[in-house]
Design a protein around this ligand. Structure first.
Ligand SMILES: Nc1ncnc2c1ncn2[C@@H]1O[C@H](COP(=O)(O)OP(=O)(O)OP(=O)(O)O)[C@@H](O)[C@H]1O
Ligand SMILES: [Mg+2]
Length: 198
């Protein structure tokens, strides 16, 4: 290879090495107690984002537990570690340009504070539902089993939740609005820097 060829090859390499610009994705952190409607609303939000042309992934607590082999990790410290893992995973994906919808209880101030400090586009949504509605819904029978003494470490029962202190959006997801209406609110209000309560 002649001198000229070598310099051409070098500049071609330098051109290729230029990083491809990536627009950060948004992390939608959908939180609430068991049966608050996280999976329902998060699934619809993710579909909405995809229909809008966004690359979007849904990270759902139950499925993440299965992926990580953590189906039985319900003690507070295990929950905290899992929640931190979810936050880090969300950031990793968002930094590569993907919108992430994460449906998780993860009732820890420290985890949400980490998210807000470490994730550029972070949108925290709290699905607030009174206990009587949660117990009536109870599709997995969690609250019923807890009442019978068959299940322990239930957040909001024998585990004290650290409820979100400064979410971008609070939705009273008690059945007064449909999940689609909740998604509309998230899309319209949650990314607005002015905080909203629905
Ligand atoms: N806006 C709504 N109106 C009426 N019912 C709803 C609404 N949102 C969710 N639900 C119902 O509440 C139940 C619980 O919803 P979902 O499974 O999405 O909750 P979750 O927060 O993901 O619970 P978990 O923490 O146990 O995974 C479901 O039967 C769902 O159909
Ligand atoms: Mg769920």
């Amino acid at each position: 290879m002649g001198k000229q060829d070598a310099s051409t090859a070098q500049s071609a390499f330098a051109f290729q090495a230029e990083p491809y610009p990536v627009e950060q994705g948004t992390v939608y952190w959908i939180t609430g107690l068991a049966a608050a409607g996280k999976t329902t609303v998060a699934t619809k939000l993710c579909e909405h984002l995809r229909r809008s042309g966004r690359p979007a992934v849904l990270l759902d607590g139950d499925r993440l537990r299965a992926v990580l082999g953590a189906e039985a990790a319900f003690a507070p410290e295990e929950r905290r570690r899992l929640a931190m893992t979810y936050g880090r995973l969300c950031r990793e994906l968002a930094e590569q340009g993907i919108d992430v919808v994460c449906a998780t209880i993860s009732m820890f101030h420290a985890v949400r504070e980490w998210n807000r400090a470490q994730i550029d586009r972070y949108c925290e949504v709290f699905l607030r539902v009174p206990f009587d509605v949660l117990r009536r819904r109870d599709p997995k029978g969690i609250y019923a089993r807890h009442e019978l003494g068959e299940q322990k470490q239930v957040v909001g029962q024998d585990l004290e939740p650290e409820l979100p202190r400064s979410p971008d959006l609070v939705i009273d997801n008690d059945g007064a609005m449909t999940p689609d209406e909740a998604v509309d609110l998230i899309v319209k209000a949650a990314c607005d820097p002015a905080r909203a309560v629905a």
